[in-house]
Write a protein that binds this ligand. Structure first.
Ligand SMILES: [Zn+2]
Length: 492
C-alpha cells in the first residue's frame, strides 16, 4: 500500500489563506510547477532557499510514494527590468552590457544555477523547460485570449485588459488586491503607453529595432510577456488544471495573479488547486542587496570567502540551517546562526553514525511507532521541517540513552527506527553524511600515498619508465604530484 494512503497531508494554500487537506487531481499523482530563475546573473542565496523549500516538498511527495511530475522553468526571455512592461529585457540588458550574445548570458548563468543547486544536493526537476523553447505555445495562448476580447492589439504589441477581465472574473483573487484600489493608486498613463489601463500587462511586446531577442508573430516581430511563459509551460506539461504551483513570495503579485488571469481567460477555469509561496531570506536582519554590500553568494558559504563569515560551511550544514525554519517564515542568515546549525548538524550525524552499534534487547522501553508518527505529523502539517528536526533531536536523545544502556529496544523496533531516521535525514531533508565523504577522501589519500611510495622506490631502483608511468597515469586521473624538498605531495 502506498504510504500516502496512511499519511494525509495538509498544505497551506495562498489562494484560501488556510491549511487544506491535500487531494491530488489524479490519485497517487502530483503535478507541481515552480517558477524558476531568470538566468541573467548568479543565483542568490534567497533563490537557493526558495528552491530548497520546493526540493524538500518534492522529496517528501516522493517519500510518500506519489508519482510526481515536477516542472521548474528557466526564464531566458521576457523578464523586463523592474518587473514592469516598459523597459529592457533583463537578459538583453546583460548581453548588451557584457557584449555577449543573449544565449551566452543564458548559458553562463544556467550552468551556474545547476552547479550551485547540485552542490547543495538538490534533486533535478522532472522537466526544466525554457521560455525561448515555447514561443509557439505562447503565441497560441495569446490568439485565444484575443479571441475572447480580453486581449487587445496596440501598435504591434498585445495587452491583457484587466478591467474587462475583472467584469466577469476576479483580478486579485490570489493577492487579495482590489482593482478599484489599484486603479485609484496609479497615476494616469502619460500618453506614451499603448495600454488601455495602467494595470494591463503585456502578452506580446513588439521589439524595437535595436532589440536582439525577437521572434515572428501575427502581430509583430517581438517577444512574449514574462507572465505568459509560465502559463504556457505549466499547462503544456501538467494540463489546464493541475495540483500545485509554487514560487517565491515576491511572485504572488503581479506574476502569479497574471498567470491565473491568463489561464482563466484562455480556458475558462482556474489552473491550480494549491498555490504555495516560500518566504524570503534576510542577511544579518536586513534585506539582501548587492548595492549595499549586505549580500552573500551561495558559493561563498562553501568557500568561506566573504567577510560576513568566520569560516567555510558545508552544503549539508547550509541545508540544515535553512530547513530549521519553516518555508513560510522569514529566515535570517548570520554567521552565529549557521555556526549554531553546524553544531546541531554534527550532533545529529554522530547519532546517525552510532545507530549500527546499538544492540537490540528483548523489549523496547521507547515507543518508536509514536515517535515515527510524530515525524510524519510534522511533515504532514504543511511540510514543517523545524518540527521534524526537533523530532530528530528527540531521536538523538534516544540513541544516546540506548548507547548508555538506559533504554532498551527490540531488533524489530531498532530496524524501524534506523529506517525512519535515514529516510527523514537523507531522503526527505536531503542532508548527506559528510563524514562518510571524508572517509572516502582518507582512502584516496592512502592509495595515492602508496603510489607515491612505489614511485619513490622505482626512482631509487632507476626504473624511470615505471616512475614516469605512475606519475602520468595519476595525471590522467586528475591527480597532480608535486616533488618538493620535504617529499612528494599531491593535489586533485
Ligand atoms: Zn513563473
Amino acid at each position: 500500500m502506498p504510504l500516502y494512503t496512511t499519511q494525509p497531508l495538509k498544505i497551506y494554500n495562498s489562494l484560501s489563506g488556510e491549511k487544506e487537506n491535500f487531494n491530488p487531481i489524479h490519485e497517487g499523482n502530483v503535478g507541481m510547477y515552480v517558477c524558476g530563475p531568470t538566468v541573467y546573473s548568479n543565483v542568490h542565496l534567497g533563490n537557493v532557499r526558495t528552491f530548497m523549500s520546493f526540493d524538500v516538498i518534492f522529496r517528501y511527495f516522493l517519500h510518500l510514494d506519489y508519482k510526481v511530475r515536477y516542472v521548474r522553468n528557466i526564464t531566458d526571455v521576457g523578464h523586463i527590468v523592474d518587473d514592469v512592461d516598459e523597459g529592457e529585457d533583463k537578459i538583453a540588458k546583460k548581453a548588451r552590457l557584457e557584449q555577449l550574445e543573449p544565449m551566452e548570458v543564458v548559458q553562463r548563468y544556467t550552468v551556474d544555477f545547476h552547479d550551485i543547486l547540485k552542490s547543495f544536493n538538490f534533486l533535478p526537476p522532472s522537466i526544466e523547460p525554457t521560455a525561448t523553447g515555447h514561443i509557439i505555445e505562447q503565441i497560441e495562448i495569446i490568439k485565444k485570449i484575443i479571441d475572447t476580447g480580453i486581449g487587445y492589439k496596440a501598435n504591434g504589441s498585445v495587452y491583457f485588459d484587466v478591467v474587462k477581465y475583472n467584469e466577469t472574473n476576479n483580478y486579485g483573487v490570489l493577492s487579495g488586491r482590489n482593482i478599484e484600489d489599484m486603479l485609484a493608486n496609479t497615476r494616469d498613463l502619460d500618453g506614451q503607453s499603448d495600454k488601455r489601463n495602467p494595470q494591463d500587462f503585456a502578452l506580446w511586446k513588439k521589439a524595437e529595432p535595436e532589440h536582439i531577442m525577437r521572434w515572428p508573430s501575427p502581430w509583430s516581430d517581438g517577444f512574449p510577456g514574462w507572465h505568459l511563459e509560465c502559463t504556457a509551460m505549466s499547462t503544456k506539461y501538467l494540463g489546464n488544471h493541475f495540483d500545485i504551483h509554487g514560487g517565491g513570495m515576491d511572485l504572488k503579485f503581479p506574476h502569479h495573479e497574471c498567470e491565473i488571469a491568463q489561464n482563466e481567460a484562455c480556458t475558462g477555469q482556474s489552473p491550480v488547486n494549491y498555490w504555495m509561496h516560500a518566504n524570503m531570506l534576510t542577511l544579518n536582519g536586513k534585506k539582501m542587496a548587492k548595492s549595499t554590500g549586505n549580500n552573500i553568494l551561495p558559493g561563498e558559504i562553501l568557500s568561506g570567502d566573504n567577510n560576513i563569515l568566520s569560516k567555510a560551511f558545508s552544503a549539508s550544514v547550509t541545508r540544515f540551517f535553512m530547513l530549521q525554519a519553516h518555508y513560510r517564515s522569514i529566515l535570517d542568515f548570520s554567521d552565529d546562526a549557521i555556526v549554531a546549525a553546524e553544531k546541531g548538524y554534527k550532533r545529529l550525524m554522530e547519532a546517525v553514525d552510532a545507530l549500527p552499534v546499538i544492540s537490540a534487547g528483548a523489549t523496547s522501553s521507547i515507543d518508536i511507532a509514536s515517535w515515527k508518527q510524530l515525524c510524519y505529523d510534522a511533515m504532514n502539517d504543511d511540510f514543517n521541517t523545524p518540527i521534524l528536526i526537533a523530532q530528530l533531536f528527540e531521536a538523538v536523545r534516544y540513541i544516546n540513552l540506548l548507547k548508555e544502556g538506559k533504554e532498551t529496544i527490540t531488533a524489530e523496533d531498532l530496524a524501524t527506527f534506523a529506517t525512519a531516521i535515514n529516510a527523514f535525514v537523507f531522503d526527505v531533508l536531503g542532508l548527506s553524511d559528510e563524514k562518510a565523504a571524508d572517509s572516502n577522501n582518507d582512502k584516496l589519500e592512502g592509495v595515492v600515498n602508496m603510489l607515491i611510495g612505489m614511485r619513490n622506490q622505482a626512482r631509487a631502483d632507476k626504473n624511470f619508465a615505471l616512475s614516469d608511468q605512475i606519475r602520468d597515469q595519476l595525471i590522467a586521473l586528475g591527480i597532480q604530484l608535486k616533488d618538493g624538498k620535504d617529499g612528494t605531495t599531491f593535489s586533485v
